[in-house]
Write a protein of this length. Structure first.
Length: 637
């Protein structure tokens, strides 16, 4: 049985040896390729199935990846975690099939990627192509995995180069993308842009949209939720129906020819009496009737047919230049009046004008009926709203009271620390949340959070957060571990688009130490006795947008620890203060806050909160505060 052949471009190291040994154990034939002037000739001679290339220190990586794709050899870019991140988007644009982050201790991610590429997964995959006047539409169903993506890239390559139309990529039938799928989208976008064409992508999955937003690629693509938003699919030509009534055979033929050239289906009548019997079945879009006919003239036909009541525009044709006749025909229900002989352009213009006028009239009538209906509904809704409003104030007061009962007391004194807080929602209830609670072995948990949104929804979510903390992390003394657990619980249970930013601390009351972890919340400010103010910064994502199961490489909560001295304080705040603006549209800002804390470093934590709040009020000069405000100080005594 032929072994799969893998080329590896990586500097000699124990890490490379570890990868090679593990691949060989799996039964792959591995070739070490030197990065020199003969490299591509050597690669061509090997008939490789896959190339692994170290992208960290290779200056020619983008050029190499493009060349591998031209040689029809799929490639995977390897990035060693401790060396940091390359520009992942550029690697994928250059043709990398996938990007793998790994370390000396953990080469499993490399093996998994290789196995996925060569594996015989029976994932369902289907690619369909449709064409309209303006677009080529590709519809993808199933999974964009390692086994399908490379071949699909090649197919796109040929089409993009040979078709002079814009493209729509419809992946509404795809539920989830791994990094290889993101790479596919990036590469296709690059190819289409290089060909001076436009790409629009239809994505239905919220998970895929979140992933693109998290990787900051949402602005790179023109994203739509459905094909209907783009309105490009031709539903089939709609032919308008015209009826021509004239006793002159030549005139019927002439008018019919003009109308057929304009895309009409045409039915002709020599006798208006016969036409009256069949018009209800035909249901035309327009009628042209001659005035001079023996058994019934055009004016008599109009009076009998009543075209305005039937909403069918009707044009009367005549050789007589009589303004009174024209006005009589219009009053009887004709839409317009045209004298013979006429030019083709004149007839076409008149026909299109009366059809458009009739469509607009119908639309106006429909809008008027809809408006009347809405007015009636609004009157009823206003009555309901008035009734609800009478009870709303009382309900908001009750909700505010409930929320205040969920929050701890504004001041708590421990053996070696004093905790003070101040909470000021922009509405009766808000989205800011804080809590402190005792744990075992002299530990004390402190949470300081900002829930997305305001009002009742944010208050409900803050209540859920308190329940989750008491249920899942009350006895976990490592902040980073607590953040991972909270993140998954919130991601699973909060509504889409709702999230929590959080600064979380574990205080050891006996040792005087505080370990902390930041989930995209404003950094805590460490106020030292000498007036220095240090930002307590750690890496960490907002809670709830991405679960560790779906995005294991993206979730990382960094934990740090400090040992506080007597008189030192940690000052916490939500973004409502730094984003407050004065009459000059200037932000209060972090620098001003740090300056106030520095100048008042000798004050108690309770005094600091009052000083900062008073300074904020002085800054905004009576303007309203538009966001929730929450302050907290933790002081070592």
């Amino acid at each position: 049985m032929k072994k799969n052949r893998i080329g590896m471009i990586m500097a000699k190291s124990s890490l490379r040896n570890n990868v090679v040994i593990n691949l060989q154990k799996k039964g792959y034939r591995v070739y070490i390729i030197d990065d020199d002037e003969y490299m591509f000739d050597y690669i061509k001679s090997l008939s490789l199935d896959l190339i692994l290339i170290d992208s960290n220190e290779n200056k020619n990586i983008y050029e190499y990846l493009t060349k591998f794709f031209e040689l029809n050899i799929p490639s995977i870019a390897l990035i060693e975690k401790h060396l940091g991140h390359r520009n992942a988007v550029e690697l994928l644009k250059s043709g990398a099939l996938d990007i793998v982050y790994f370390s000396d201790e953990k080469v499993l991610s490399v093996l998994d990627s290789v196995e996925n590429f060569f594996g015989n997964k029976s994932s369902e995959f289907e690619l369909k192509m449709e064409e309209t006047d303006k677009y080529i539409i590709f519809k993808i169903y199933g999974e964009l995995d390692m086994s399908t993506t490379f071949k699909t890239k090649g197919r796109f390559d040929g089409i993009i180069k040979n078709i002079n139309k814009d493209f729509i990529l419809d992946i509404s039938g795809v539920g989830y993308l791994e990094s290889v799928g993101i790479g596919f989208l990036i590469y296709i976008k690059k190819m289409i842009t290089a060909a001076n064409k436009e790409l629009k992508i239809v994505i239905k999955s919220d998970k895929i949209k979140k992933l693109l937003k998290m990787t900051k690629l949402d602005k790179y693509f023109n994203i739509y939720s459905s094909l209907d938003e783009i309105t490009v699919i031709k539903k089939g030509k709609k032919y308008e129906k015209a009826v021509v009534i004239d006793d002159a055979r030549f005139m019927r033929k002439l008018i019919s020819t003009i109308l057929i050239d304009e895309g009409f289906e045409v039915k002709t009548f020599e006798n208006p009496i016969l036409a009256l019997k069949e018009l209800d079945e035909i249901k035309p879009d327009i009628i042209l009737v001659d005035h001079e006919m023996p058994e019934m003239n055009g004016l008599e036909f109009i009076k009998e047919f009543k075209p305005q009541q039937k909403e069918i525009p009707t044009i009367m044709l005549t050789t007589v230049e009589d303004i009174n006749l024209a006005l009589t025909a219009i009053r009887a229900g004709a839409s317009d009046f045209l004298n013979k002989p006429f030019k083709k352009e004149e007839l076409v213009h008149t026909i299109r004008k009366v059809i458009k006028e009739n469509e607009l009239r119908k639309e106006n009538e429909s809008l008027m009926l809809e408006l009347q209906k809405r007015e009636f509904e609004l009157k009823n809704k206003n009555k309901e709203l008035y009734s609800l409003y009478n009870n709303l104030e009382e309900e908001l007061e009750m909700a505010s009271e409930i929320q205040n009962n969920l929050l701890p007391k504004s001041s708590v004194e421990l053996d070696n620390f004093i905790i003070n807080s101040k909470y000021l929602p922009s509405l009766d209830i808000g989205g800011d949340f804080y809590d402190f609670f005792r744990m075992s072995n002299n530990f004390f948990g402190i949470a300081f959070a900002d829930i997305s949104g305001h009002g009742i929804p944010a208050a409900l979510l803050s209540s859920m957060l308190k329940v989750y903390m008491m249920t899942y992390i009350k006895d976990i003394i490592n902040p980073s571990e607590a953040m991972e657990i909270l993140n998954d619980v919130i991601a699973e249970s909060y509504p889409d688009g709702k999230f929590v930013s959080l600064f979380y601390m574990i205080l050891n009351d006996q040792k005087g130490t505080i370990s902390y972890c930041k989930a995209a919340q404003e950094p805590g400010l460490y106020v030292k006795e000498n007036g220095d103010v240090e930002e307590l910064l750690t890496e960490g994502q907002v809670l709830g947008l991405f679960s560790i199961e779906d995005f294991p490489e993206m979730i990382n909560f960094e934990e740090k620890e400090i040992e506080m001295k007597i008189g030192e304080k940690i000052f916490l705040y939500t973004d409502g203060i730094v984003e407050a603006r004065n009459s000059e549209n200037e932000f209060y800002g972090l620098d001003r806050l740090k300056d106030v804390l520095s100048k008042n470093a000798s004050k108690t934590g309770e005094e600091l909160i009052k000083i900062v709040y008073d300074d904020l009020l002085e800054f905004i000069e009576g303007l309203p505060i538009l966001d929730d405000l929450t302050f907290m100080s933790i002081e070592k005594k």
